[in-house]
Structure formats: C-alpha cells, structure tokens
Design a protein around this ligand. Sequence first.
Ligand SMILES: Cc1cc2nc3c(=O)[nH]c(=O)nc-3n(C[C@H](O)[C@H](O)[C@H](O)COP(=O)(O)O)c2cc1C
Length: 156
Amino acid sequence: MDREKIDEVFKKVTNGVYIVTTKYDNKINGMTAAWVTRVSFVPPLVLISIGKTRFSHDLIKNSGVFAVNILKEGQIEIGKHFGFQSGRKVDKFANIPYDTKTTGSPILKDLAGYLDCKVVSAFEAGDHTVFLGEVLDASLDKGAKPLIYRKEEFFG
Ligand SMILES: Cc1cc2nc3c(=O)[nH]c(=O)nc-3n(C[C@H](O)[C@H](O)[C@H](O)COP(=O)(O)O)c2cc1C
C-alpha cells in the first residue's frame, strides 16, 4: 500500500504536542514530539519515539533520562521553535526559561504539565528508536487544555 495513503489515515490517530527534553553531560536540548503515549499504570510508563537522526536521540541514549513537557492550547510557536531546528546548530534554550526536577532534564515554565522520566528500555522501531520511560516526577496545571496535534498547523 502506498505511503501517502497510510499517512493520510494516520491523520485520524490523535496525539498531543510535547517538548521532549534531556540533559547529557553539560548539554541540554529539547525537541518537539507528537509520538508520545502512556503504556502502563504500574509502574507508570511513557513511550517516546525518536528519529535516529535527531540530535536528541543520542543525548537521550547516553543520558538515560528525558522529560515530556506537555504543551497547552496556543503554544504552537513553541512547538515550531523546538521542532524545526536542531540543537546541533542552535541553543534552543537560549531565550527559554526552564527549571529542572529529578532527572535534570529541562522543564519549561508555562505548561499543561510535565513527566520527568528515566529510560528503562529502548528498542529500534524502523527509522526511530522507542524509549520507554518510568515517570519519576510529574505535575500539571489543572485548568490548562493540552495542545492537540494537527498536522496542517505545523506542516501547512
Ligand atoms: C509537531 C511536530 C511533531 C514532531 N514529532 C516528532 C516525534 O514524535 N519524533 C521525532 O523523532 N521527531 C518529531 N518531530 C521532529 C523533531 O522535533 C525535529 O526533527 C527537531 O528539529 C529535532 O531536534 P534535535 O535535532 O535538536 O533533537 C516533530 C516535529 C514537529 C514540528
């Protein structure tokens, strides 16, 4: 079956928009990710799928930690900031305030919530690597509505 058709059908699979961050040595970075989902209640596990060519990929592989920053409605520009340039070339956090919690991965200031995680498993998934994270710390803004991913809002 042709890929365009499959991509079209995947538009009906809903996702949010997240900034996946990490810290390795003294380097911090973040990238936008839509392929994020919960996969277990006990322990609480979350899955992220990261393209092997991403700068974040090797940082997460080496550090064994990441945070999922959950964007809220209206934060499309932050999604573009972290999703359309690479930490190999720019410091994406130069003008972005952040905190750190348990793992040292950056937590943005104004969010619907975050999950701070340690990697408990990783495996290849085609051109991506799936990292499974156990949630060590989490918090939310109860009133905030999460940003829902709509391909056309990011990729015209
Ligand atoms: C809305 C949106 C969703 C994205 N979702 C993913 C994803 O789930 N996995 C992934 O590997 N890349 C995803 N990307 C692409 C990365 O964010 C992009 O390649 C980024 O520049 C990588 O940054 P880095 O090289 O600093 O790690 C997404 C981009 C956008 C704009």
